[in-house]
Design a binder for this molecule. Sequence first.
Ligand code: RP5
Length: 178
Amino acid sequence: MNKKMGRKPEVAVVMGSDSDWPLLEETVATLTHFGVDSEVRVMSAHRTPDLAAAFARKASGQGVKVIIAAAGGAAHLAGVICAHTSLPVIGIPVTSGFMNGLDSLLSTVQMPAGVPVATVAVGKAGAVNAALLAVQILALSQPDLARQLVIHKQSLIDKVNAGNDRIRNEIAKKSKKA
Ligand code: RP5
């Protein structure tokens, strides 16, 4: 939520390493676009397991409504967070040096029944979509965010239509020249 209004962030953005930050900046920028503040933390499922578990256990009590967790390689952070909270957890698989992040994708998405991680795409699309999904969850109880999401959908339509016009104009110009 809005720090300016003296409220704690409702979205937590956590990542397995500071090396993930360039990707997670996309997530935070998208949240910021909707006026949603976030708490950003680096923690590791493997290197700081106690910290990750404690963070997940306390998050709900601190006003967090959605947790976005990103990791690469043996990407278990979202799953470990999910194991310790009933909050919705969105997992972002970070692009890795091995098969461009297929390892991260499978590690994040292949959760056992009962422990759901809403896994988005590898890379930038996933980083942006994780933020949008978090906004959509918050929008269920926040009409202003719901209104902004309607505007966002219209911007997607406008962009596609502009692309259609541009391509059709280019083709028309070329066929006139020929
Ligand atoms: C994961 O290992 C992190 O999320 C990161 O994507 C990857 C590499 O971490 P560093 O070696 O850069 O710290 O846990």
